[in-house]
Design a protein around this ligand. Structure first.
Ligand SMILES: [Zn+2]
Length: 205
């Protein structure tokens, strides 16, 4: 691609670093920004700048938040005895939109995947186990996608906490094997939490 402007080239190169954005799409977006009012482009860059600088991860559940303890964790209307274990914030958003769950979350930040070089210590499993040790939690719901990595992660956590007095369950019905949670529709996902099954019996399937 030949550019008549170094500034244009730089903007296109930066934009094309984003996933799913090739050089052509990047050029289209950048040219669009050049045509729109300057304030709009500045608002976009300012919002990205502020997000990158000021966003926090909840100290309790690792959800993305503007404050140290997120709204869900600090809410008086949530049941702190039930923790739903998820891979990332998109799963929290998906489950919240079902309004079927009134417990708290624990965001792992991914799943164990030796192929991608992600081990248990790259995730927030240790802080989850620490929470369980404190004895407040009565139930852990594993809501990871039913892929091999998801199953491995569930089992690893289960092994860490099985000696403590906590019930483990896993979301079940309606989520097909291999599906990523964030793509499940709200009703299916809501039902799969209500109809969760004990983790031990899921192991025997
Ligand atoms: Zn939180």
């Amino acid at each position: 691609m030949e550019f008549s402007s170094k500034l244009l080239e730089r903007a296109v190169n930066e934009m094309s670093q984003l996933p799913g954005i090739g050089k052509r799409t990047a050029l289209r977006l950048v040219l669009h920004m050049l045509r729109q009012p300057k304030e709009q482009t500045l608002a976009l860059s300012e919002s990205l700048h502020a997000m990158r600088n000021d966003v926090k991860f909840c100290k309790s559940c690792n959800n993305i938040s503007d404050v140290e303890i997120c709204e869900i964790c600090s809410s008086a209307n949530r049941n702190e005895e039930i923790i739903c274990v998820v891979e990332d914030i998109r799963d929290v958003m998906a489950i919240e939109s079902t309004s079927s769950f009134k417990g708290l979350y624990h965001v792992l930040g991914g799943k164990i995947s030796p192929m991608d070089g992600i081990g248990p210590h790259d995730l927030t499993i240790d802080s989850l186990v620490e929470k369980v040790k404190k004895g407040v939690i009565k139930e852990l719901i594993f809501a990871l996608s039913s892929t091999m990595e998801g199953d491995t992660t569930n089992f690893y956590i289960y092994k860490q906490i099985q000696d403590y007095n906590v019930v483990t369950s896993t979301i079940a019905r309606g989520i097909s094997v291999g599906d990523e949670l964030e793509y499940a529709d709200e009703i299916t996902l809501g039902r799969s939490i209500v109809n969760r099954i004990p983790f031990e019996s899921a192991l025997k399937l």
